[in-house]
Design a protein around this ligand. Structure first.
Ligand code: PMP
Length: 474
């Protein structure tokens, strides 16, 4: 594939834009360097670059583009909003509509506030938790990325770890000292940290399903234990659902029926409900009682893992800049103008982002959308696994609905150390081979593949052929 114009633009961009890119994860540094591809247009599941090459997109802009590029319903909403004026600096009815939409999908949000990015959302949840508890430390998990604000750039996952920046320069040691980092999926490590510092901890902050060192599911029972441990020390629980909200189902990870239940021996909540309700041959009254018991177990589980605060972003902006945070009423009422914790934003709740977000969620509300995403995800991930087997390539595929990660290793990936212990050079080779096949992945071994509602069975078949050739060449 010729990419001469991308090369030229990159050389020129290096003179004017730091590193030639406006976010380090867009550089090809982690996959051997050189010019990243400059795209000029995107529609549905496809990109076209400045040299007129076409690519099938699995980057989905690092998650937000779940309805595909330039979805007509979303585009129309953005155009209407632009025609009516892009920024007022006053409240609008649309913001209210969107707040109610988010609340009805994610019941832990008694109150919300819109901001402009995931980074802002997370940063503010920490301030609010500190205001509410009067404490200053936070606990985070190794490899989880929560944006680029000072506090959370400690042991921060995909971008920074790919680039070998475990702690960013410019973050004072006094701030890093406020952050305690423990491994994900490891309750004893969390309990040990809380035993030592718990009385100073304002919040435990976690991606309830990890998206930043590949896709990693919490072990069965992990989130209940995490919440219980935090609360027993008087700390709040903050879920960073910037990637996960509306990615797996119409709701957040905290309400996802695919989460594994300890009670059900690690089966997902949905299996517990379906399995018990469908007890074949049981008398009607017994079956009804069993299904009621299963429903109340699942309800208790979801209540036990409910966070105090949630940070949102990405998908809820339908491809425009957005973030939001929300949570328990008493905690959220710490925020100005009601309370003493200050947070503001000239651009916050701008009509274009809100309209795009509403339109995107409307698309996601349509029947069968998530079932189709699940189906495409399964076909693609299983196909990649099978191709790896055929070619004797050690590969771990972690899939959660329409998001999955491919780790070149022969062991499971359930925490950051395991994600680090994978073959980055092999990933880089695979990434380049796929690019030559016209398939666009994120240029980092830690990032996920994301499907969109615009991908088709034919796209998946095309991708699997390309994967087969790539593995053969490897
Ligand atoms: N939290 C998580 C879990 C993320 O994945 C990201 C971005 N990848 C952020 C926060 C930061 O969001 P933004 O890039 O919109 O600031």
């Amino acid at each position: 594939m010729e990419r001469t114009r991308s090369e030229l633009l990159y050389q020129e961009a290096l003179q004017h834009i730091v590193g030639g890119v406006n976010s380090p994860s867009r550089s090809f540094k982690a996959v051997g360097g050189g010019a990243p591809v400059f795209m000029k247009r995107a529609k549905g599941a496809y990109f076209w670059d400045v040299d007129d090459n076409r690519y099938l997109d699995y980057l989905a802009a690092y998650g937000p583009i779940i309805t595909g590029h330039a979805h007509p319903h979303v585009t129309a909403a953005i155009c209407r909003a632009a025609e009516n004026g892009t920024l007022y600096g006053t409240p609008t009815e649309l913001e209210l509509e969107f707040a109610k939409m988010l609340k009805s999908a994610i019941p832990s949000l008694d109150k919300v506030r819109f901001v402009n990015s995931g980074t802002e959302a997370v940063m503010t949840t920490i301030r609010v938790a500190r205001a509410y508890t009067g404490r200053s430390k936070i606990v985070k998990f190794a490899g989880c990325y929560h944006g680029h604000s000072d506090l959370v750039l400690v042991a921060a996952g995909s971008g920074p770890s790919t680039l070998g920046i475990p702690d960013s320069a410019g973050v004072p040691p006094s701030i890093a000292q406020e952050v305690i980092t423990v491994p994900f999926n490891d309750i004893p490590a969390l309990e040990a940290a809380l035993a030592r510092w718990g009385h100073e901890v304002a919040a435990v902050m976690v991606e309830p399903i990890v998206g930043n060192f590949g896709m990693v599911m919490p072990h069965a029972g992990y989130l209940e234990q995490l919440c219980a441990a935090a609360r027993s020390h008087g700390a709040l629980v903050i879920y960073d659902e910037v990637i996960t909200a509306f990615r797996f189902h119409y709701g957040a990870a905290q309400t996802y029926p695919g989460l594994p239940l300890a009670e059900a021996g690690g089966s997902p909540a949905s299996a517990l409900l379906a399995g018990t309700a469908g007890a074949a041959g049981a008398p009607a009254t017994e079956a009804a009682a069993a299904s009621e018991a299963a429903a109340s177990k699942a309800a208790a589980y979801f209540a036990a893992i409910e966070p105090d605060l949630t940070a949102l972003g990405k998908i809820i902006g339908g491809g425009l800049p957005i973030g939001a945070y929300g949570g328990r009423k008493a905690v959220m009422e710490q925020v100005a103008p009601l309370g003493p914790a200050y947070q503001a934003g000239t651009m916050a709740g701008n009509p274009a982002s809100i309209a795009a977000g509403i339109a995107c969620l409307q698309v996601l509300q349509q029947d069968g959308v998530y079932a189709k995403l699940e189906q495409l995800g399964e076909t693609l991930a299983e196909g990649i696994r099978a191709a790896a087997d055929r070619h004797g390539i050690a590969l771990t595929v972690n899939r959660i609905a329409s998001a999955f990660s491919t780790h070149f290793c022969d062991h499971p990936v359930t925490d950051y150390a395991e994600a680090q212990d994978t073959d980055g050079e092999r990933f880089a080779r695979f990434f380049r081979l796929m690019l030559e096949e016209g398939i666009c992945l994120a240029p980092s071994k830690y990032e996920a593949w994301f499907l969109t509602t615009a991908h088709t069975e034919e796209d998946i078949a095309f991708t699997l052929d390309a994967v087969d050739r790539a593995f053969k060449a490897m």
